[in-house]
Design a protein around this ligand. Sequence first.
Ligand code: ARG
Length: 478
Amino acid sequence: MSNEHQSVKMWSGRFREPLDAQFEQWQRSIVFDWRLLPQELAASKAHASALVAANILTKEEGAQIRSALDSIAAGHASEAGQALVRDHATAEDIHHFVELALVARVGSLGLKLHTGRSRNEQIATDLRLFVRQHIAQTIEALASWAQALVEQASNAGDAVMPSYTHMQRAEPVLVAHWLLAYVEMLLRDAGRLHDCSVRLNECPLGSGAVAGATLSLDRLIAARELGFAAPTANSIDATSDRDFALEFAQAAATLGIHISRFAEEITLFATAEFGFIDLAESFSTGSSAMPQKKNPDLTELLRGKVGRLLGAATTIATLLKGLPLAYNKDLQETQEPVFAVADTLEGMLSLLPKFTRALRFRRDRMSEAAQSGYLNAMAAATYLVHKGVPFRTAHEKIGNAVRFAIEKGVELGGLTLDELRTFGPEFAEDFSPAVTLAATLDCHDVIGGTARERVHQALAAASERIAALTQEAVHAGA
Ligand code: ARG
């Protein structure tokens, strides 16, 4: 169909000179915002509905435009179709592309769609929709990684390992307890993402370029159609706000920090020095030089890629800092870091569940490490506390006993009662059973502690909380 009524640009009326060709190419965002096609089409359909209600479009025109928008969606759903958008010769951005494609289908009627709207509110809307969808996907992916951790924790049963403070062996803990620590982090990450999704769920459409639409549009129509809870309350804010992009990137950065801590621990635990974990060959690589090597490339890459998440959050924060209200072209630069966050998260989180399931713990090594090096010293001091000794004094007495045991070359359980009594008259026959591995674990009988029963309870609770996450993801996707 003809597009004779349409100028090549969306804004060329007041211009007499052409753009510098190099500048023109350089400022185009279609090369990356082609990804927003589904969001742009959905928002355009919603705007068409509002225009029908405002009698700017007839019902028939509205229906014609909406079905043309659907046909654009169908025509560009495949990879080849997407490439046609990305490589479009003249479209300045995704908004321009849709207008050109619409006019190509319905002629000058297509030009009516831009009535009462501005690209400033469109990009604000599209990006919100994109972030909302990716938050929902990320929460779902987090639930599946958390589930893999819970499965490993449940398979680990009563297997033990040392916990560390200052990277020195501290106290024995259940392997399940250690795994569940990561589940806690992921649940907080999901909570942060969920909060961001609730906050962003307002519709900018109807905000116009900055001051509000110049038609009296019923903003509830578009908001409802797009699954937003309400229209945004202030047009200046709505067109200049990218808090949702920043929050998404910052929540992703925090999640990334957690991923990097996990990756670091797995990398360490897979060394010969620790020997706690056997890496699955399917997730490891060899060395072209050293035939014996099995390298933990996956965890190393995770650790490295997290840099992109921190970088994206910093980029968006830097873009927004000191930016005057309302729309400024700088805001176009917030898109690529958002895409980078979405892609980086998707890649990492799609691998983490299966990688986690494939981890093989060397229980013998972990258990041996948990039972050597006086990791029951706290439990021993607690034994004395139960005999009425103040903790400070108990600490001192056990410290002396440890020193003696080191010199004798035994663990605390290897000291005779007579030897122990040289450090205090409170030591009795019941000392040995109080410092066994089981007793050392079970004396941490508090909510959140590593006592076996507490960990069993925590495991069940974690499963329930993860199941609730999936519900949240559905809600966030709205
Ligand atoms: N491509 C632009 C962006 O991403 C769309 C908004 C353009 N608005 C304008 N006033 N030039 O920010």
